[in-house]
Design a protein around this ligand. Structure first.
Ligand code: ATP
Length: 232
């Protein structure tokens, strides 16, 4: 994940961006539609397949749904898709259609286009044609699973680039009862502690006198090499 994707996530969080269009109503596109819809956002779902459009309306996973071929710029224009500031291209298996759709959206000036890739080369092509953020769910799920089963103490991970991450980890046993000052996490591990807490409440930017306890989680930022050195 790079900084442009961080920027994207921040902008997606802003309340002003409340309208989303999802192109492609396969399993992935439907999950995006349903979640956005349940969160209270206006979502327009589209697919070339009329049955999928009808199904989306029947099960109410989108505010509205229309049938269109997204490789046709005029169809996108007529449906008003270019007016959306965030469009999700959820066409994974049809690489050509996914690339052409993304190109159509970017050429028409859509601000943020999120696209789903189904291979490494598909990721590259989508970035080349201007996708602001590319997801590759099969790769990401596999990578996360590998992290989870090898490092169960890492609760969450946000990759800033290939070398640096922000991770949420369970406080290691040997940190129990010690303050950040005593532990010298910055000097000993090269990591900065951003927050300490549990599901109910996190203390953000903890002071050096903050004491860590077993059962709490801490959020740290640093290089992947240094994160690996934590005694977890
Ligand atoms: P998944 O379930 O993993 O999301 P899938 O196999 O259901 O994938 P894909 O092959 O990735 O679906 O395609 C997603 C959807 O995109 C399908 O419903 C398909 O009909 C739709 N689609 C394909 N081409 C176009 C197009 N040119 N315009 C609009 N929708 C399209």
């Amino acid at each position: 994940m790079d900084f442009s994707s961080l920027k994207l996530f921040n902008s997606l969080r802003k309340d002003t961006r409340r309208q989303f269009a999802v192109i492609g109503l396969g399993r992935f596109g439907r999950a995006v539609c349903e979640t956005l819809h349940n969160l209270g956002y206006d979502v327009l779902g589209t697919d070339i397949d009329e049955k999928r459009v009808a199904q989306a309306l029947t099960v109410r996973i989108a505010s509205s749904a229309i049938q269109l071929d997204s490789t046709e710029p005029t169809a996108l224009k007529q449906a008003g898709i270019f007016e959306f500031d965030t469009v999700i291209v959820a066409i994974g298996n049809y690489v050509q259609e996914s690339i052409v759709t993304t190109l159509n959206l970017k050429e028409a000036g859509v601000e943020y286009v999120v696209a789903k890739a189904s291979s490494e080369i598909h990721v590259k092509l989508l970035k080349r044609v201007g996708a602001n953020f590319v997801v590759f769910p099969e790769y990401e799920a596999g990578r996360d699973l590998a992290y989870r089963i090898t490092k169960p103490a890492i609760l969450d991970r946000f990759e800033l680039d290939t070398e640096h991450s922000i991770v949420e980890v369970i406080v290691p046993d040997e940190f129990d009862g010690k303050t950040l000052e005593e532990l010298e996490i910055r000097n000993r591990y090269g990591l900065n502690v951003l927050a300490v807490g549990n599901e109910q409440k996190f203390i953000v930017n903890p002071t050096p006198t903050q004491r860590l306890h077993k059962g709490l989680a801490m959020v740290v930022i640093g290089s992947n090499k240094d994160i690996k050195r934590l005694p977890i």
